[in-house]
Design a protein around this ligand. Structure first.
Ligand SMILES: Cc1cc2nc3c(=O)[nH]c(=O)nc-3n(C[C@H](O)[C@H](O)[C@H](O)COP(=O)(O)O)c2cc1C
Length: 337
């Protein structure tokens, strides 16, 4: 109830400003009372094994909430079993011009065309060092806008090399719809080249640091059955450690007729729920339990979280559901899945 009152006020503000405002408030040392009311102290550990790591519960933050790792401490106090920061790119970049984030309130949806706004990988490393966070920290990486697709693999390799010692797992974002041609990395020869090179880099760094950091690939919900079958085959062939399904969708039919529905960008939240679950179902069939799935897209209740797990996800992540239902949803999901 309390959150829905606050939400009324937050929804009067521009969505991007309101997102930063909430995180900044929660980061304040003086916000202890607020945190006591809102945050879930999760004492019991469910000890879930995935990608060779031990997670205290199945629910994590999706990429995009904390692009620069500025709020790792406060997110870690909210009860999540893991935190994924990013997307970060080798160099800082502004992203698309504002406004670039829109609420489709009646549908519990969000459209974003942020365009990998971030302060770069070196800044993220500084923030991770400052955080002293001891839990599972995923780092989601991408390519800079000005790097051509032909040269993009190098951007991923640069990020892997720099972040390897600071991440529990690395997530390769080749599915954001807001960076031109990024999604072409999910197909054909360039996918092979990408997977081959990142696995080589991982092996090289494993040897160098005596530490194996799992790598997961984050995919789009807009892939056809045939494309999903192909990508699954390649993930098995190259022995990827995990797959995150899914990023936002470009399927406008899911929100047609609603205010902002024609804004460019990827759609998340409730409109994406069924589509991402279908992708998880198909991945489960094609991957035959050889590679774990992290399910994300439209989780906004215990049922929708259960549905992702029943469809084959070992872990789940959330973003838009938090905007619409607040931190109480974290407790409800963790205690019931
Ligand atoms: C404002 C916003 C920014 C996002 N930024 C990123 C990002 O930087 N990298 C990424 O992999 N996914 C990003 N996402 C996608 C989410 O991680 C997630 O895959 C998607 O929103 C579906 O989950 P949801 O329905 O729970 O929001 C972003 C989503 C939103 C709403």
């Amino acid at each position: 109830m309390f959150y829905y009152l606050i939400r009324k006020l937050l929804f009067l503000i521009d969505p991007e400003k309101s997102h930063i405002f909430v995180l900044k408030c929660l980061n304040f040392k003086q916000a202890q009372i607020l945190k006591k009311i809102c945050f879930y102290k999760n004492k019991s550990s469910q000890n879930i094994k995935c990608m060779g790591l031990n997670f205290s519960n199945k629910l994590g933050t999706a990429a995009g909430i904390d692009k620069n790792g500025e709020y790792i401490n406060c997110l870690s106090e909210m009860g999540f079993g893991f935190i994924e920061v990013g997307t970060v790119t080798p160099l800082p970049q502004y992203g698309h011009p504002k406004p670039r984030l829109f609420r489709i309130t009646q549908m519990e949806g969000i459209i974003n065309r942020m365009g990998f706004n971030n302060l770069g990988i070196d800044n993220l490393i500084k923030n991770i060092k400052k955080s002293h966070f001891k839990g599972i920290l995923g780092v989601n990486i991408g390519k800079n806008r000005d790097t051509s697709i032909k040269n993009s693999i190098n951007d991923y390799l640069v990020c892997i090399e720099k972040i390897y010692n600071y991440a529990s797992y690395i997530s390769i974002n080749i599915s954001s719809p807001n960076t031109i041609d990024l999604r072409t990395l999910q197909h054909g020869t360039i996918l092979n080249e990408l997977l081959y090179n990142i696995k080589n880099k991982q092996a090289e760094l494993h040897k160098k640091y005596f530490k194996y950091v799992p790598i997961a690939i984050k995919i789009s919900p807009d892939l056809s059955k045939k494309e999903l079958k192909y990508i699954s085959k390649k993930l098995i062939e190259y022995k990827l450690d995990g797959v995150i399904a899914t990023n936002t969708t470009l399927d406008r039919s899911l929100i047609s007729g609603y205010k902002h529905s024609l804004e460019e960008g990827g759609i998340s939240g409730l409109p994406l729920q069924k589509k991402s679950t279908n992708v998880i179902l198909l991945l489960s069939k094609y991957l035959q339990k050889k590679i774990p799935i992290i399910g994300v897209g439209g989780i906004n209740s215990i049922d929708s979280a259960q549905e992702k797990i029943q469809s084959g996800a070992t872990l789940i992540q959330i973003y838009s559901g938090l905007v619409y239902h607040g931190p109480y949803l974290i407790r409800k999901i963790i205690e019931n899945i």
